[in-house]
Design a protein around this ligand. Structure first.
Ligand code: CP
Ligand code: NVA
Length: 321
């Protein structure tokens, strides 16, 4: 196998078999935190933040270190990128020093530009459009608790709330890649863009999954294996709570909503959560909630993703299994 530079910018940058490969690696890292050490040396990985973070920051920092590497964490306020240095120039500098670039930023075009100029793998650690690392962790959580990686295809997942945000887009694409039945529900005006839905439908068809976008929260939740939600206001939208609370209320994940799902359905939330808004305390702190496993799985899933990307780049089969 010869090396190939790959990036993880959106959930459909990997295909069905590759997603399974990464999730299987994730399960191995769950069993043994030091399963593979691709960054031994240590090699550095640049981890850049243009927005706040607790989980992504800690899981990438600790994850890179556990892979034998050195995480170089740079915040917007401490970088020239934050002052307006071109993305392309930053990419060309970091690529000379680091073995990977992880970036949380605003528009998707920024990570795409980083990837165009980098000669090391670039990982999207959340943009306005996608959060692929989170959904890898979420699927690893379902695999962990509901029958393993090979049982993911065919499962029904439902996301309720702001269906126009990064999480909704990522569930649509990653669920389609996994061959799941993906349902996304939100109020009019907060539904995913047509091009994302079309991409998800095309991919779902290939993998025997399906896509449903609806304004009906009950239709989305009925019989689901896992219910997901996310904040009604993403980072930068905090001032919109006042106008969003009323139209979003029917999409709150509460006990009545959970009763529509399968009796053994899981509840997941990428966090941070706002109890009493998108989810009640009774659900997120209740018996069906697996949000702490989900948060832990960020670490295992991202270590798997980084190991896989390095394995593909080096053409090193040993890192892929
Ligand atoms: N879920 C998630 O990405 O959390 P942070 O914003 O804390 O990184
Ligand atoms: N949709 C949220 C996800 C936070 C992890 C946001 O972008 O703020």
């Amino acid at each position: 196998m010869t090396g190939q530079l790959r990036h993880m910018l959106r959930d459909d940058d990997i295909d069905h078999d590759e997603q399974l490969e990464i999730l299987r690696l994730g399960m191995k890292f769950r069993e043994n935190r030091f399963y593979k050490r691709p960054f031994e040396g240590p090699k550095a990985v640049a981890v850049l933040f243009d927005k706040p973070s607790t989980r992504t920051r800690s899981s990438f920092s600790i994850g890179v270190a556990e892979l034998g590497g050195y995480p170089l964490v740079i915040d917007k306020s401490g970088s020239q990128l934050g002052r307006g240095e071109p993305v392309a120039d930053t990419a060309r500098v970091l690529t000379r020093m680091a073995s990977g670039i992880v970036w949380r930023t605003f528009g998707q075009e920024r990570v795409e530009q980083m990837a165009r100029y980098a000669t090391v793998p670039v990982i999207n650690a959340l943009t306005d459009e996608f959060h692929p690392c989170q959904v890898l962790a979420d699927f690893l959580t379902i695999a962990q608790l509901r029958g393993g990686v090979d049982a993911l295809a065919g499962k029904t997942i439902a996301y309720l709330g702001d269906a126009s945000n990064n999480m909704a887009n990522s569930y649509l694409l990653a669920g389609a890649v996994a061959g799941m039945h993906v349902r996304v529900a939100g109020p009019n005006g907060y539904l995913p863009k047509d091009d994302i839905v079309a991409d998800a439908q095309r991919i779902a068809q290939r993998n025997a999954g399906s896509i449903l976008v609806t304004t009906d929260p009950e239709q989305a939740a009925a019989g689901a294996d896992c219910i997901f939600t996310d904040t009604w206001v993403s980072m930068g939208e905090e001032s919109e709570y006042a106008i969003r609370s009323k139209p979003f209320q029917p999409y709150q994940v509460n006990d009545a909503l959970m009763r529509l799902a399968r009796p053994d359905a899981l509840f997941q939330h990428c966090l941070p959560a706002y109890r009493g808004k998108e989810v009640t305390a009774s659900v997120i702190d209740g018996p069906q909630s697996v949000v702490w496993d989900e948060a832990e799985n960020r670490l295992h899933a991202q270590k798997a993703l980084m190991t896989w990307l390095v394995g593909v780049q080096r053409g090193d089969q040993d890192l892929l299994a």
